[in-house]
Design a protein around this ligand. Structure first.
Ligand code: ACO
Length: 358
């Protein structure tokens, strides 16, 4: 039976480094606080006006495509995962297609919005397309330029210190070799707590969800109730009250993440009749070093079985798994035949896992 495998992988991080000390010049925080709570020492920020989510994704994609032994024109389908797109619409997938100079026909481009689990969702979609024989070379990109949309004042510090920019890409291809490839993927979501980790405005919600959930009135969310038609997507009040930024209830996210990560990893292992001790390398979404360490302990894995790089890059959301996987491979930590487990949890909430034989 046809399987899919990662035939090529690459990543790109911008040159500009923002250290924890750099952030202390903008907000009331400290290197000690950030390192103790998150493990992060520094992160990368893209060059404003010159780099975008799509261009960083393109840089990562070029490497993945070359390593897959193909040219951009051999790509059959693009999947682009991001929560920080270049434009509200169209998605970054078509911009990547243009940047890559893909001239062949008019291949499909799909943008997915599953935040931290975007790469796992994308991998599962690519896997299905390849297994069914519909496509031979699916380009999957996770890219984020968080730095352009964070609140660099003290009220935003709990979120801002965590995130960094970067991109990772893979080319998913068919294989008939039973010793390699994607063994299974598991996807989940639960919208009950959608607002616990969210970038709420601008949007079409008009305060509806907040009112229904008893979180506040329309006015609390920056809307003027008197306005009947239009003008509620972005309001002056939202800008004045600094509402146009991501928000997060950190402790709530932490508690759910450390439950869902092991759950979805075990679900994938059960599906293919393997155990946690069979895992050669776990690449957890780089949400927070403390979350990864908690999950590692829960699963009884040794240090050499888990790869973390959040210390250098911060949380790069949809890009974190392909960046970490590529880095682990380049450092020789993943070898042919190894059982690799990818897992993510994030906003939505959405979460998922993938098991692959490298
Ligand atoms: N610097 C200094 N002080 C800060 C900072 C900061 N950057 N951020 C928050 N604080 C302060 C708060 O204001 C609060 O002060 P107070 O006690 O005077 O009110 C105090 O520190 C404690 O705040 P908490 O939010 O309770 O801090 P907590 O210990 O929970 O740590 C953190 C926050 C790191 C976000 C933690 O909750 C966490 O790791 N949560 C997991 C969420 C996560 O990792 N999200 C990543 C994105 S989601 C994903 O990828 C899955």
């Amino acid at each position: 039976m046809l399987r899919s495998k990662i035939g090529g992988i690459g990543y790109y991080v911008p040159e500009q480094i923002a250290t924890n000390d750099d952030l202390t010049k903008l907000m009331d925080t400290s290197d000690e606080w950030i390192q103790e709570r998150t493990g992060i020492k520094e992160r990368r920020y893209g060059k404003k006006h010159d780099e975008t989510t799509a261009t960083m994704g393109t840089a990562a994609a070029r490497i993945a495509i070359e390593r897959a032994g193909i040219t951009p024109n051999e790509i059959d389908f693009i999947i682009f995962a991001t929560l920080s797109p270049d434009y509200y619409f169209p998605g970054s997938g078509v911009l990547l297609q243009r940047e890559l100079g893909i001239t062949k026909t008019e291949i499909g481009a799909l943008d997915i919005r599953n935040q931290c689990s975007g790469f796992i969702y994308g991998l599962s979609i690519a896997d299905q397309f390849v297994r069914t024989g519909m496509y031979k070379n699916v380009l999957l990109v996770g890219s984020e330029m968080h730095s352009m949309g964070l609140d660099y004042s003290t009220p935003g510090r709990n979120v801002t210190v965590i995130f960094g920019d970067g991109a990772g890409a893979v080319v998913v291809q068919p294989t008939e070799n039973e010793e390699e490839g994607i063994l299974t993927t598991k996807l989940h979501s639960d919208g009950t707590y959608a607002e616990k980790l969210a970038f709420i405005s601008p949007g079409s919600h008009g305060g509806y969800h907040a009112k229904k959930l008893g979180l506040g009135t329309e006015e609390d969310f920056g809307f003027d109730k008197e306005i009947e038609f239009g003008e509620i997507f972005t309001t002056q009040k939202m800008m004045d009250e600094r509402q146009l930024y991501p928000q997060m209830e950190g402790q709530f996210v932490f508690k759910l993440a450390v439950t869902k990560f092991p759950e979805v990893i075990n679900e994938a292992l059960d599906d293919v009749g393997l155990k946690t001790s069979d895992i050669d390398m776990l690449i957890p979404h780089q949400a927070n070093l403390r979350i990864s360490q908690f999950v590692q302990r829960r699963l009884g894995l040794e240090d050499h079985q888990v790869h973390n790089n959040i210390m250098k890059y911060g949380n790069t959301t949809a890009a974190s798994i392909p960046i970490a996987l590529c880095e682990a491979i380049d450092e020789g930590k993943v070898k042919k035949g190894d059982l690799v487990c990818l897992a993510a949890f994030g906003s939505g909430f959405t979460w998922g896992s993938a098991l692959l034989r490298w």
